[in-house]
Design a protein around this ligand. Structure first.
Ligand SMILES: NC(=O)c1ccc[n+]([C@@H]2O[C@H](COP(=O)([O-])OP(=O)(O)OC[C@H]3O[C@@H](n4cnc5c(N)ncnc54)[C@H](O)[C@@H]3O)[C@@H](O)[C@H]2O)c1
Length: 373
């Protein structure tokens, strides 16, 4: 049985779905590993390092024609056309938009596992690509903010006088938000954070940040560790109360999202107008419309004197670690799917395990994703 790792073709993507470390493990499992030439170039893993780890370096055709294909980003139709009937695909699939690729994969007879569908349960933590990549994104977003903001983050006392610490607000204290808080604290900013789920208060405080509390008249906690959609009235109240808080911020890192929903507007144009000239907003929800209506996806713009960054792929700016974490998540997931038995590799019944069954979105020619929504 072989596994292929093609070059990622999505614009701006620098990550790769395997590293020399995971190639070694895949080979030890008994798989033949086919890495496309230059697949690791942008994340600084050389072909020689892959070969040394046991991989064969091949062309795009051979990598995509493998029994199991590992990818970072959802494949393009022309990539699917090169996959073989009965192959398995393990990838992030960005499922909330352009779902027609699922029909194409099903028609091709590919069994697709969307890694973002892995349930957030303890047994699956080592496979949780959303967490590993959001963690990196939260860290990198704060570095971007520090770069775009023309002042110190920490309080500075110098012979030329002192500088005040940056007042940084994090909106949404999930995986990316908590890492943003931790990173901003390490850089010495004065951090406060807001989340609609009251249960994250303690986590915010344990990182040394102040909690922004708003009385919305209803709870925002949903199921599975996610927020739920607020009523229209509560949303309006939230925007109104936050606007006053946000006008005092020098930097905002916003991460608020409910999966497959447009991002809630938390930073109104009024709030932006009220911020000081030179302030910075990093809107990590830009791919879903943004937490600020002035955000433009994948652009950095200045509006009312405030710099707004809408980068939708911060992990791609840290491709070495982002690929290393992602590739380990993938290997751990793949270990659930196949098992060595009597000197041969067997594919397990993936409908039997909660983790593999949840991630399976096309199977034996049919699309299963709609059933899961
Ligand atoms: N730009 C990038 O490179 C990048 C990378 C990774 C993740 N992201 C994005 O960052 C965001 C966060 O990702 P995550 O993995 O941390 O998700 P998460 O689900 O762990 O966190 C989202 C948080 O937002 C909170 N939230 C939802 N609605 C809210 C509201 N109305 N008010 C306040 N808080 C609210 C939730 O309670 C949750 O704590 C998502 O939009 C994700 O797509 C962006």
């Amino acid at each position: 049985m072989n596994v292929g790792i093609p070059v990622e073709v999505s614009k701006g993507e620098t990550r790769v779905a395997a590293t020399p470390e995971t190639v070694k493990k895949l080979c030890a499992l008994g798989l033949d590993v086919l890495v496309q030439r230059d697949a690791g170039r942008l994340s600084h893993f050389t072909d020689a390092a892959f070969q040394h780890a046991g991989a064969k370096v091949v062309d795009n055709e051979r990598a995509l024609a493998a029994d199991i294909v590992l990818k970072v980003r959802r494949p393009e139709p022309e990539e699917v056309a090169r996959m073989k009937n009965g192959a398995m695909l393990l990838s992030m699939m960005a499922l909330c938009s352009h779902e027609d690729i699922l029909d194409i994969l099903a028609a091709r007879g590919v069994d697709t596992f969307a890694l973002e569908m892995i349930p957030r349960i303890s047994r699956a933590q080592a496979m949780d690509v959303l967490s590993s990549q959001s963690n990196i994104a939260g860290y990198r977003a704060v570095l971007e903010a520090a770069y775009l903001y023309g002042r110190f983050f920490p309080m500075m006392m110098t012979s030329a006088g002192s500088a005040k610490p940056t007042r940084l607000v994090v909106l949404g204290a999930g995986v990316a938000g908590l890492q943003a808080i931790a990173t901003a604290r390490r850089l010495g900013a004065q951090v406060s954070a807001y989340d609609v789920r009251p249960e994250v208060k303690e986590q915010i405080m344990s990182l040394g940040a102040k909690v922004i509390e708003l009385d919305l008249g209803e709870s925002g906690s949903g199921s599975g560790g996610y927020a739920r959609q607020l009523s229209g009235e509560a949303q309006a109240r939230q925007q109104h109360l936050l606007t006053e808080e946000l006008k005092k911020a020098d930097v905002i890192i916003s991460t608020a999202l409910i999966p497959c929903r447009p991002a809630p507007v938390l930073i109104t144009e009024d709030a932006v107008k009220g911020m000081n000239e030179g302030s910075v907003i990093i809107d990590m929800a830009a791919a879903s419309g943004g937490n600020c209506p002035l955000t433009e996806a994948d652009r950095t713009v200045t509006r009312h004197g405030v710099t707004l960054c809408g980068n939708t792929n911060f992990p791609a700016l840290m491709p070495g670690d982002a690929s290393a974490f992602y590739a380990r998540n993938l290997f751990n997931f793949l270990s659930l799917l196949i098992t060595p038995s009597e000197g041969r590799l067997q594919v397990k019944d993936y409908l039997e395990d909660e983790i593999t069954a949840s991630a399976l979105i096309t199977h034996k020619g049919t699309v299963r994703f709609q059933e899961k929504k």
